[in-house]
Design a protein around this ligand. Structure first.
Ligand SMILES: NC(=O)C[C@H](N)C(=O)O
Length: 346
């Protein structure tokens, strides 16, 4: 295990009594600029640097000693496995330092839920990690970035956030990185944990927690990316009426080691798709049955006989999160039964 890992951590706080929070900036709309103050949709993401983001919220100084680092500057639709590996390694390096109490990551909202789950499984510390974004660019009359950033820094500097896994905080709500999803293309209240609910509120300069995720994460997770410079190729195929296996076959031919099937309903497989998945499995490709529904459990041996087909059921992970767990699982094993266990653990 790498020397930089902190398996259990307490927050030290600086001499002035404030926590030391590092903001890692990665781009997104929170750093976006529009042509006018009323432009809320047709803007350019990833333009404003981390120092400017910090300067825009002088109130941050009251809640933490804040340092900023520009890790990259992208719209989050361009997020890649390489970006995740770089980010997770930097987070682990920083959290191993005694003078870092928490991390905030500013991020585009389109893939926030994926980065949050990736870090939830690869950060080796119990110190708070909070991901934040905005739905409106920094230049908008109604910009949500400043208050979201203020709340995220407050949360990352709070002892209440220790050991809670990677958190996503926007719109005064705290969501778990495992479960949160973007549910609306453009409104400020887009981040939700459908049905299971969010964990708590940010209000009056402090977090108010009401629930906690019981699945393993961060310091308890078994995945170690410290020596990795790539991840196994895992892709997603989508279920829909009148579908076919063309995309699936192309992905398998292109070298996919795993396929997540975003099936209809409870992860159902059409007669057109099923033979392709069975063939792929026979060639050694791991198959995870997930659902495009976005809510609920895909039950093992429910809509397909996973025992017989040697498939994995995604439990409650949506396809994009199932892809992340399958990639990390494949860094440890290619045994479908062992991977199924991971889907019930994380
Ligand atoms: N609101 C946003 O941040 C959307 C933007 N496309 C991004 O994910 O970078």
């Amino acid at each position: 295990m790498a020397a930089a890992l902190t398996l259990s951590a307490t927050m030290a706080f600086a001499a002035d009594g404030l926590p030391n929070v590092t903001i890692l900036a990665t781009g997104g709309t929170i750093a976006g600029t529009g042509a006018t103050s009323t432009t809320t949709v047709g803007y350019t993401a990833a333009k404003v640097g981390v120092e400017k983001l910090i300067e825009a919220v002088p109130e941050l100084k009251k809640v933490a000693n804040v340092k900023g680092e520009q890790v990259f500057q992208i719209a989050s639709e361009n997020m890649t496995n390489d970006h995740w590996l770089k980010l997770a390694k930097r987070v682990n390096e920083l959290l191993a330092q005694k003078d870092v109490d928490g991390i905030v990551i500013t991020h585009g909202t389109d893939t926030i839920e994926e980065t949050a789950y990736f870090l939830n499984l690869t950060v080796k510390s119990t110190k708070p990690v909070v991901i934040v974004g905005a739905m409106r660019p920094s230049t908008a009359i109604s910009a949500d970035g400043p208050v979201n950033l203020y709340n995220a820094v407050t949360l990352a500097g709070s002892k209440d956030a220790v050991g809670k896994g990677v958190l996503v905080a926007l719109n005064d709500q705290i969501n778990a990185g495992r479960d949160v999803s973007k549910t609306n293309t453009s409104t400020a209240d887009t981040f939700r944990t459908p049905e299971l609910g969010f964990l708590g509120y940010m209000q009056d300069n402090r977090p108010h927690f009401y629930r906690q995720v019981v699945r393993k994460h961060t310091a308890e997770a078994e995945f170690d990316i410290s020596a990795l410079d790539s991840l196994p190729q895992v892709d997603i195929v989508y279920g829909y009426a009148n579908n076919n296996r063309t995309a699936l076959d192309a992905l398998v031919k292109a070298g996919a080691k795993g396929i997540v099937h975003a099936g209809v309903g409870n992860g159902s497989l059409s007669n057109a798709m099923k033979p392709g998945l069975i063939e792929a499995r026979k060639q050694g490709v791991l198959i995870v049955r997930s659902s495009r529904v976005g809510n609920g459990i895909v039950a093992r041996n429910g809509e397909a006989n996973d025992d017989e087909l040697d498939f994995v059921a995604s439990d409650s992970l949506n396809p994009q999160k199932a892809r992340i767990l399958l990639m990390l699982a494949l860094t440890k094993t290619t045994d479908a039964k062992a991977i199924q266990k991971m889907f019930y653990t994380y």
